[in-house]
Write a protein that binds this ligand. Structure first.
Ligand code: ADP
Ligand code: MG
Length: 511
């Protein structure tokens, strides 16, 4: 393992590296849509982030640990319990408050999933690194980076659990574990106080020296403390420790290079360029943390994660196409899983609102029995469609989060051009690559008739196609005969659906 520090004494012993951070952004917890009650930077947002103490029993942290465990149980229990009770009723019913609550909870960003998929490799790399450190009793450092919502914090929590289990199974001394969310640190150098304060035996004897100096001197010479347990430090949201001279970051990583250091440091950062800015200097000081990059999730990964999170239910809540639309859009925009989850929750809330609305409607109908006998009951007629989260719910939920310029353009087109685009979408659905203007005209006229709108004539249609060609939405070829000009759709079908699905008229056009 290249980055495990040898016991070579390394340079800098800084009296006190503390200063005010000049950058306070890129916090990965920023929920894109939901106003979470646990949103404040000083309060942990997820139950995982509350795990700030070692899994080992530590009397000093007893109450905190109890409350952490209680919170974790609270966040894990309901789905398990409901899962059992759901197996009896395998049908999804959006009117069932308990089912609705459980599904929303399973999709909540702050609820840890029971299985983490798509991050096996990254977890393995980090776990193997930590295992080697423990086996060889060597300090070391590792730097995890990636955009927000790529599963860094979640995966490191998992690694922490796996490592502690492994150590106890293999008979190694269990490492002390210290998880620090750097957003909760007021003064950047306080991190050293946290590391020092971790172990009662290390408490300052001499009040005049800084925590950093204390740690540096302790890890530089052999003392009775050198036989202490290894300490796994997981410093999340490392971006918050950036100071102008990046001294705190350097000092933190350099602790792992001191000859008697007992630290396994995992620094987690959202800024992908942070490594370029601070690693070269560390390298020159002979500290080379392993870098593990969490790439943005792809469409398939987002889909798989969503399906995995929903797999605990014995019923289908989302139309497959709806999940796919969400995964495709989120992957194209940022690959941020937090956003995907928020969009899904927002879509399910739309179904919920629709269900409530339709039951109010049915109730009012049943009161007017005379009418019920005469009219078809819309509630019954649409039963199949209204049960699950559909693509149109998802499209609206997505549009609240993302508005691409293509989507904006489509939404601001005149009505007939929008109908024309819908006709093109329908025409190209079967995998066809291009068509003629004559054929497009036929499809357009059919749609207009089906929605009772008088169609524009062929000349007007031809000029509409030119406009859409200029906007980059269609590609119009050349031909002497207008009707034989070839037409291609230049936008994703999903963009058109996404832009227009919110309007019932266009939903009908696209059916
Ligand atoms: N592989 C995954 N499986 C299940 N849920 C995931 C996965 N990756 C991310 N998530 C969900 O997305 C949210 C954001 O993940 P997190 O680890 O906090 O991202 P990061 O630390 O990279 O900003 C979490 O709440 C988690 O529930
Ligand atoms: Mg994080």
């Amino acid at each position: 393992m290249p980055a495990i520090a040898g016991r070579n004494p390394a340079g800098t012993v800084r009296p006190n590296g503390g200063s005010t951070p000049h950058k306070r952004k890129l916090r990965s917890d920023t929920s894109p849509m939901l106003g979470s009650p646990i949103d404040s930077p000083t309060i942990c947002k997820s139950p995982r982030k509350h795990v700030s103490a070692s899994p080992n029993n530590n009397p000093a942290n007893g109450t905190e640990k109890d409350s952490i465990e209680l919170q974790m149980k609270l966040h894990k229990l309901p789905t398990r319990r409901l899962e059992d009770s759901f197996s009896a009723k395998s049908k999804w019913d959006p009117n069932d408050i308990e089912q609705m609550r459980a599904v929303k909870e399973a999709l909540h960003v702050s609820v840890s999933p029971s299985t983490i998929v798509c991050r096996e490799d990254e977890q393995k790399r980090v776990l193997e690194f930590c295992k080697v450190c423990i086996e060889q009793e060597k300090a070391g450092s590792l730097y995890v980076c990636g955009c927000p919502g790529t599963g860094k914090s979640l995966s490191m929590d998992k690694v922490k659990e796996l490592l502690v289990d492994w150590a106890s199974k293999e008979g190694f001394h269990q490492p002390d574990v210290l998880s620090i969310n750097c957003t909760s640190i007021t003064n950047t150098s306080d991190i050293f106080g946290k590391i020092l304060g971790r172990n009662q035996q290390l408490k300052k004897k001499n009040g005049s020296i800084s925590s950093l100096q204390h740690l540096q001197s302790m890890y530089s010479q052999k003392t009775s403390l050198s036989s202490l347990n290894m300490t796994l430090i997981i410093a999340d949201e490392l971006d918050y420790l950036i100071t102008k001279d990046r001294a705190v970051l350097h000092d933190l990583f350099m602790l792992t290079t001191l000859p008697f250091s007992r630290c396994i440091l995992i620094g987690i950062a959202n800024a992908i360029d942070l490594a370029d800015r601070f690693l070269p200097r560390l390298k020159s000081l002979n500290c080379k943390p392993i870098v593990v990059t969490f790439r943005a999730y792809s469409k398939d990964q987002i889909l798989r994660i969503l399906q995995e999170r929903l797999s605990e239910f014995p019923f289908t809540v989302f139309q497959q196409q709806a999940l796919e639309l969400c995964a495709r859009k989120v992957a194209a925009a940022s690959g941020d899983m937090r956003k995907a989850l928020c969009v899904c929750r927002s879509a399910i809330e739309m179904l919920e609102a629709e269900t409530v609305e339709s039951s109010i409607y049915s109730n009012s109908l049943s009161e007017e029995t005379a009418f019920v006998e005469q009219m078809p009951a819309p509630g019954n007629m649409k039963k199949q469609e209204t049960d699950v989260v559909r693509i149109d719910h998802m499209a609206v939920a997505l549009s609240k989060t993302y508005r691409s310029s293509v989507v904006d353009t489509i939404q601001s087109l005149p009505h007939h051009q929008q109908i024309l685009l819908c006709s093109a979408v329908k025409l190209f659905r079967g995998g066809k690559k291009d068509t003629t203007l004559g054929e497009l005209n036929k499809s357009y006229t059919d749609i207009c008739k089906s929605v009772l709108v008088p169609p524009a004539g062929i000349l007007e249609l031809s000029s509409m196609c030119r406009v859409l060609n200029d906007q980059g939405l269609l590609k119009l070829g050349q031909s002497r005969d207008d009707k034989l000009r070839r037409v291609q759709l230049k936008v994703d079908e999903a963009d058109v659906t996404f832009a227009l699905q919110g309007i019932r008229f266009f939903r009908n056009c696209l059916q």
